[in-house]
Design a protein around this ligand. Structure first.
Ligand SMILES: Nc1nc2c(c(=O)[nH]1)N[C@H]1C(S)=C(S)[C@@H](COP(=O)(O)O)O[C@H]1N2
Ligand SMILES: [Mo]
Length: 383
């Protein structure tokens, strides 16, 4: 039976993991597994690519081992010694960027939000088969790096330059094509404040899984643009046709639809799971009284203007209090005090950004399960 067979999952909520559990019962003891089956392939991919430990949604910066990771092929085994990145193509002065050269440039320490475009894909039905994310493909590291713009200016882009391709050292086969992981940015996006070449996360050298020794960070776009294990930067004069650009990471609604490449992050709010969990189902329990709900909100389209909280499964909404983000490239903390009385509830949070984008109440299906920003639902029992 697929997700459509479980009422809560079909309604598009964070319900799949506990859909089989009756929330009116006391602490469940080994509840039956959800009827939504995941394949061996998805389970193995999920082990390789763990999600964020959402209990750290009350911290501006995510601890190193609790940030999500996504590695399409293998982590390349790279050495700092002898490492360099070439910058070639439609430029006047091709550059060879060593780590020493980059570290002599202006340095920024920049907390930046990373979110995989496939976050939330397991809430849609039928779901696209890849890493089966629910809502945990997120995290904020404080990256140390140097802005990309002055480097591009030093290389001197030729007049016909239109896009910049970032190529990783990692390679493999996707959709039958052997290629290095690579994505392109239009020049105006690559020149924006916040786009950096980074060699540290949280004050440590980038961990191998997160791009050691050097990665690109593009804070407003979904994660696929932030190419890890940088090998080459190539300036081109035509639309990039790479696999991850033309075929993967696209918003497509039917087989006949060529789709559009995924770019900026959709507006979204995430809640720190309240109270304490049941071991297996992850269903939440809280004690009655004033419960402080907390979380983070972000959007690739501009600052967060509003976060609302619902405690009645998306029927009524009340405004949460916003705090200042630690960086314009990070997420915005929010909090809401809930006077919780005994019973079963479904909690949700919904963000609106400065441009007026607001999260949909249900995920909007697309073939690859991309950019799913339907509001979260957390089943909670107040005791
Ligand atoms: N070279 C390379 N860069 C990559 C990837 C990859 O597989 N190879 N994955 C991308 C995707 S899809 C995401 S969501 C982010 C994840 O970054 P993280 O693992 O540091 O969280 O890296 C991006 N950069
Ligand atoms: Mo991703």
């Amino acid at each position: 039976m697929g997700a459509a067979g479980t009422g809560l999952a079909a309604a598009g909520g964070a319900a799949t993991a506990w859909a089989g559990h009756d929330p009116t019962l006391p602490t469940p003891d080994r509840p039956p597994p959800s009827s939504t089956l995941f394949s061996y392939e998805e389970t193995r991919l999920a082990f390789r690519n763990h999600g964020m430990h959402l209990e750290f949604l009350d911290r501006d910066i995510t601890p190193i081992a609790s940030h999500f990771q996504l590695i399409h092929f293998d982590v390349p085994s790279l050495d700092e010694r002898g490492y360099s990145v070439s910058l070639t193509g439609r430029v006047r002065n091709p550059l060879t960027l060593t780590l020493d050269n980059l570290k002599r440039r202006p340095r920024v320490k920049q907390p930046s939000i990373m979110e995989c475009a496939g976050n939330g894909r397991s809430f849609t039905h039928p779901r696209s088969i890849y890493v089966p994310w629910f809502q945990e493909a997120i995290g904020v590291f404080e990256y140390t790096g140097t802005p990309l713009k002055p480097i591009l200016e030093e290389a001197g882009l030729l007049d016909d330059a239109t896009e910049i391709v970032f190529t990783g050292h990692d390679d493999g086969i996707d959709l039958g094509v052997h290629h290095h992981f690579e994505r392109a940015l239009p020049i105006d996006e690559a020149m924006l404040d916040g786009v950096i070449l980074a060699w540290e996360a949280n004050g440590q050298p980038l961990p191998p899984a997160h791009g050691f020794p050097l990665r690109l960070v593009v804070p407003t776009w979904y994660g696929m643009a932030s190419v890890k294990w940088l090998k080459a930067i190539t300036v081109i004069d035509h639309p990039f046709q790479g696999v991850q650009q033309k075929l993967v990471y696209r918003m497509t609604f039917s087989a006949a639809d060529a789709g559009r490449p995924i770019q900026k992050k959709s507006v979204r709010a995430a809640m720190k799971p309240p109270g304490y969990p049941d071991l297996i189902s992850r269903y939440r329990f809280v004690d009655a009284g004033a419960v402080e709900l907390r979380g983070m909100a972000w959007s690739g389209y501009g600052p967060i203007r509003k976060v609302e909280v619902s405690t009645d499964d998306r029927r009524t909404w009340r405004r949460a209090v916003l705090e200042e983000p630690v960086s314009p490239h990070a997420w915005t903390p929010w909090r809401f005090t809930w006077q919780a009385t005994p019973g079963a509830y479904i909690l949700s949070c919904r963000a609106t950004d400065e441009t007026g984008n607001v999260q949909p109440l249900r995920p909007i299906w697309n073939i690859q399960g991309m950019a799913q920003n339907g509001v979260e639902r957390w089943g909670v029992r107040v005791i």
